[in-house]
Structure formats: C-alpha cells, structure tokens
Design a protein around this ligand. Structure first.
Ligand SMILES: NC(=O)c1ccc[n+]([C@@H]2O[C@H](COP(=O)([O-])OP(=O)(O)OC[C@H]3O[C@@H](n4cnc5c(N)ncnc54)[C@H](O)[C@@H]3O)[C@@H](O)[C@H]2O)c1
Length: 415
C-alpha cells in the first residue's frame, strides 16, 4: 500500500535505524513495556513526522504496541528515502518521499488519514488541520492526538480559542523533558550541523544573527557562541531580549543587525522575520537559514520574485539570489528547517526523550479514551517524571530523595 521513492534503499535506512535504536534506551524500555501490554491493540494511529531514523524507531515501537499505523512526513524536505524504505520493508505503511511537491505532500497527508485513525500524532499541525478543514467525517472515530512542536501548539490553541477544535490534543512540546532538551540542546546542536554540512564554512569569528530567543533560539545562540561566533539576538519580547543581553549577547533590531551579519538563523515560529527591507542592507555572501517549523520566516518568495538572477551554491541546498544592488545572498534549504533539510535532525539521545513522551502520550490517550475533554491538554506531570527517571536510570545517575522531615518542612507554613 505504501507510497515511497525507492524500496531498494532499505539496507542503508535499516543501518541508520539500528544505529539510532542502539542509543535510544528510553524508547527501548518503552518498547519492552508495549510488547507486554499491547496498549494500541485494535487502535489505528496516523502519524506525521520528520521521517528519519529516530522517528522510524518510534514507529516500530508503536507497531510493537499493537498499533495499526500509517505514517507520512511533516515537511517536504525532511523525509529520508532510505529510512522510509527500511520501514516499509519491515512492514510499515508509509506515504512520503524527500523533496515532494506541495500537491504530493498534501496527497500523502490525505493517504495517512484515509484509513480512519483513532489517534493522531502530529508535528506542526498539518494532519489535525486537514481533518478539521477537509475530512470532518473522521472526527467521530478519533480518541485524540499528540502534537510535537511549538508551532503546532500555537495552531491548536488558535483552534481551541475559536471553538473549532473537535477532539483532545496533548501538547508534547510543553513537557519539560521535551522543550528543555529538544528545542534548546537538540536544535542548538543540529542547526549548526545543518549549516556546517551545507556551507563547509568556519563559524569562529563570524557575526551570527539569531532571530528569536525562545527555547530554540537560546540553544542556537549558545552553540554559535561556543563555536566562536559573535552573536546578535533579535526579539519582539522585551523580557527575552533582556535575558539574551544578560546571557552576554548583543541585542538589536533586524534592521540594525542586517548589515552586520554573516549568518542569519531564524527560530521564531513567526512569518517574514527577514524580508525585503533587511535583504537590501545585507552583505554580499550573507547566509540565511531557518530553524523554525515552517518556511515562512525568511521571505524566500520575495527573493524568488525580485532577484535579478539565481544560482546553485555549493550544493542543491545552497541557493544564491543576486539582488538589484549586485549582492548575492545564499538561502539554505529553501528556508525550511535547516537541521532536518540539510542534516539528520536532532541528536539521537535528545529524540529518545522527545519520542518517549510521544509514545507515552499516545498510550495515555488510549488508556483514557473515554474521559478526556475536547481541549488542548498539557502532558500530565507523571509522564514527564517517568521520562526523566528513565533517562537518569539510562545514564546510571541517581538523585536524592526527600526525607520525611524535609517533606514536612516544605509543605508546612508554620515550621
Ligand atoms: N528545527 C527543529 O528541529 C525545531 C525543534 C523544535 C521547535 N522548532 C520550531 O522552532 C520555532 C521556535 O520554537 P521555540 O520552542 O523556540 O518557540 P518559543 O516560543 O520558545 O520562542 C520563539 C521566540 O521567538 C520570538 N519571536 C516571535 N516573533 C519574532 C519576530 N518577528 N522577531 C524576533 N523574535 C520573534 C518570541 O518572542 C519567542 O521568544 C517553532 O516554529 C517551533 O515549532 C523547530
């Protein structure tokens, strides 16, 4: 049934999945639990994920838990064809390939939903959005869903606010074991991996401009500093701007930073963060890329329409746009998330934690199918603590426990 690029790529994909699984002890332990408990017996799950080795292992864990699973991508440039080939070879039902057209991307989302899922695993909100807009007939069979990323949660909260959300949605990103580590350390490391692979340029001594000082932006700025860059942060939130300043970064508007930057990285979840009025001020050879979920942060449409010429830079993910002022700006990976489009995404151990939450959140939906409200629901604390304890155990670390005297002291106002 699957629709993928080339099944003969499976051996290379299988090696990548095996490698990732080796360093994902949390998901391995959850897999053992799921094999015994079979929490998804009789349940259909549709998942939209960045399809690479770590998410492929999550898919296998869900299948081992009894799920009837259909999977699609969540970005046209993040699916790895060899990995999905290995998944299909192992019996999974996958609809995705790398560098699909917008129509193919939408068709794949639809194919993942057509079998009438009971649980939705979304990353960026595309499945949930398609169900509500185009396939409402699926809603009565849906127990609920889990959303992986900040941008998807923003969309869900807008749906809840407007009274249109039709089933419970758990916000995986809001779990501390997700955004403390995935957004900050995962994006921080992998964005630079993606930039380095695409450009092969030195970071030390460069002026790096990071737009957004949220969880991702903090990580990207921290790692740029570690690589020896001079880092400037742009923000719209005065508190985050002050935090960036106290963390030792220069804080400017994008207009002020535009003429100075060698490398620009956006991580805001907002639209048109770098656009016409900034492009015209930039240095010849400046590099622009994005770590946010959608390709709307760098105004690539404007560059496509108004450049006097375009060229392929070092690789197909490095596109040059020559402006009327004669300067050429290079955009990485079409302004899509550079860590996934030009790299392998977050480090394995980070996604072990994020996908442990996804797996346990899906089980929570299955276990509580009759009692959840139609709302955007934070991940219950016990899941966060379960993942943190599994991670500490996997690292061979122990922490202190409160004594009875300490517990009473902390709970009392009179002592
Ligand atoms: N690349 C990845 O693998 C990856 C991983 C996790 C999250 N994300 C995505 O990255 C984006 C950011 O996520 P986050 O968790 O850091 O969100 P966040 O809400 O913690 O941070 C976003 C920050 O951007 C700032 N901001 C918003 N609009 C701005 C603008 N126009 N100019 C400057 N700053 C602006 C906000 O004030 C906020 O501080 C989201 O789209 C999220 O889905 C990507």
């Amino acid at each position: 049934m699957s629709e993928i690029r080339d099944i003969s790529l499976a051996p290379s994909g299988e090696k990548k999945i095996q490698w990732a699984a080796r360093y994902m002890p949390l998901l391995q332990s959850i897999r053992e639990d799921f094999i015994k408990l079979r929490p998804f017996e009789g349940i259909k799950i549709a998942a939209s994920l960045h399809l690479e080795a770590k998410s492929a292992f999550l898919c296998r864990v869900l299948i081992d838990g009894g799920a009837d699973l259909r999977v699609t991508g969540c970005n046209p440039l993040s699916t790895q064809d060899d990995v999905v080939a290995a998944l299909v070879k192992g019996g999974a039902d996958v609809y995705s390939w790398y560098d699909c057209t917008p129509d193919e991307y939408t068709a794949h989302l639809r194919r993942a939903l057509e079998f009438g899922p009971n649980i939705i695993i979304d990353d960026g909100g595309d499945l949930v959005s398609m169900i509500h807009k185009d396939m409402p007939e699926l809603i009565p069979n849906i127990i609920g869903g889990c959303e992986e990323t900040t941008t998807g949660i923003i969309r869900l909260k807008a749906m809840e606010r407007d009274g249109v959300l039709q089933f419970p949605m758990l916000t995986v990103n809001d779990a501390r074991c997700k955004h403390f580590f995935d957004n900050r350390y995962g994006t921080g490391q992998s964005v630079w991996d993606g930039i380095n692979r695409a450009t092969n340029l030195v970071v030390a001594g460069k002026n790096v401009v990071v737009a957004g000082y949220g969880w991702c932006g903090r990580g990207i700025a921290m790692r740029a500093k570690g690589l020896g860059a001079r880092v400037t942060v742009t923000e719209i939130d005065p508190v985050k701007a002050l935090e960036a300043m106290m963390d030792g970064f220069s804080v400017k508007t994008m207009e002020e930073a535009a003429p100075e930057g060698d490398i620009f990285v956006t991580a805001t979840g907002c639209t048109k963060v770098i656009t016409e009025r900034h492009f015209s001020k930039m240095r010849d050879g400046a590099i622009l890329c994005n770590g946010g979920h959608f390709n709307v942060e760098v105004d690539v449409d404007w560059l496509e329409k108004h450049s006097i010429s375009t060229c392929e830079g070092r690789t197909s993910v490095t596109r040059g746009y020559t402006l009327k002022n004669g300067k050429t700006l290079f955009v990485l990976a079409e302004g899509r998330l550079v860590n996934l489009a030009s790299g392998d995404g977050h480090p394995v151990e980070i996604m072990d934690m994020s996908f442990a939450i996804q797996a346990l959140a899906a089980k929570y939906l299955a276990d509580n199918r009759d009692s959840l409200p139609t709302a955007v629901i934070p991940i219950p604390d016990h899941i966060d603590y379960d993942v943190a304890r599994r991670k500490l155990a996997a690292c061979g670390m122990q922490i202190d426990q409160l004594t009875e005297e300490q517990r009473l002291y902390l709970e009392s106002w009179a002592i």
